[in-house]
Ligand binder design. Structure first.
Ligand code: PSU
Ligand code: MN
Length: 305
């Protein structure tokens, strides 16, 4: 692996000292938000992790290397290039690496690289899932398969209603992935705190999250854990308004025949357009909120080791 994986000196130093580390993804930078807010946010998210007492490791593929821990210049590079950078899921890694190319890592690929680098906790905004209409398109995000096989805890704000939330939960159940509501019984729907769907379990403290993850790994059950952390009340959006924008974005994507890996980035950008940027503000706040919870959980996990 040492020919492929490169852990930054800061992350390595933290790991040798037994300090908690939190992985962060890069597709959210290149494909999830517009420049320059994406770069500003990525830097602020790293700060939020540090303020909560952990070390951030933003993950990407750069020049064919699997990188855990980026410099501010590298984050700026990914953010400026935006969607020109390849969106890298599991199936994209072999060719990107063999060609020495760059890739922005999705939740799936960030989990893979985090695990290779020995990082157990990862914070992001929203995860991929089963798309609406998947009965005919078979569009199911590779993020769900990865959660079923790679032992990393993913802290998110639930899933956007661009997905079929009910089918997403069914799929996770089949794959044996625990879905935890942090301080809630309900699956949060990214921009809103509620969705009408229940999570499997409610846990209320970072210590409880860490203990559940430790038990999962100690028992050798394998696979990851999905922690869904509702957006703080003051930043949550009006469900009628956001769901109307999402419905319109999904209809536009269908009309335009958008498919494959383009679907999610198209829907994210279209929802942002339709809500006049309000959804971007909510998005930024919830990522920061998840980064703090992930850092506190990584700290609690480090105490158990
Ligand atoms: N959902 C969001 N924001 C995001 C993504 C999804 O609310 O930024 C990104 C993440 O990187 C996620 C990826 O892993 O999109 C899923 O893409 P796909 O549906 O093509 O698997
Ligand atoms: Mn897909």
């Amino acid at each position: 692996m040492k020919n492929y994986l490169e852990i930054s000196p800061a992350v390595k130093a933290a790991q040798s000292a037994g300090l908690p580390v939190v992985a962060l993804e890069s597709t959210i930078i290149s494909h999830g938000m517009p420049y320059p807010r994406n770069v500003e946010t990525a830097i602020k998210v790293e700060e939020a992790v540090r303020e909560a007492g952990a070390v951030p490791a933003t993950i990407a593929v750069l020049g064919g290397r699997l990188r855990a821990g980026l410099s501010a210049d590298e984050i700026e590079y990914l953010g400026k290039k935006g969607p020109e950078v390849a969106k890298a899921s599991r199936r994209d890694l072999p060719v990107l690496v063999s060609k020495g190319a760059d890739g922005a890592t999705t939740v799936a690929t960030t989990m893979i690289i985090a695990h290779l680098a020995g990082i157990q906790v990862f914070a992001t905004g929203g995860v991929g899932g089963v798309h609406r209409g998947a009965e005919t398109t078979m569009d199911v995000s590779a993020d769900l398969e990865e959660l079923g096989r790679t032992p990393v805890m993913v802290v998110c704000a639930g899933a956007k209603a661009i997905l079929d939330l009910g089918l997403t939960l069914e799929y996770l159940e089949t794959k044996g992935v625990p879905v935890i509501g942090f301080g809630t019984e309900e699956l949060p729907a990214f921009y809103t705190r509620t969705s009408g769907f229940k999570t499997d379990y409610r846990l209320d403290t970072p210590e409880e999250l860490a203990a559940a993850f430790r038990a999962q790994q100690d028992m050798g059950l394998g696979g990851g854990m999905l922690v869904t952390n509702p957006i703080p009340e003051e930043w949550s959006m009006d469900p009628v308004r956001i769901n109307a924008a999402i419905d319109e974005a999904v209809a536009d994507a269908r009309r335009l025949g958008i498919k494959g890996k383009e679907t999610t980035p198209y829907l994210l950008a279209r929802v942002q357009e339709l809500t006049g940027g309000d959804s971007l503000e909510a998005n930024i706040k919830l990522v920061l909120n998840n980064a703090r919870l992930a850092a506190l959980t990584a700290k609690a996990l480090a105490k158990l080791e």
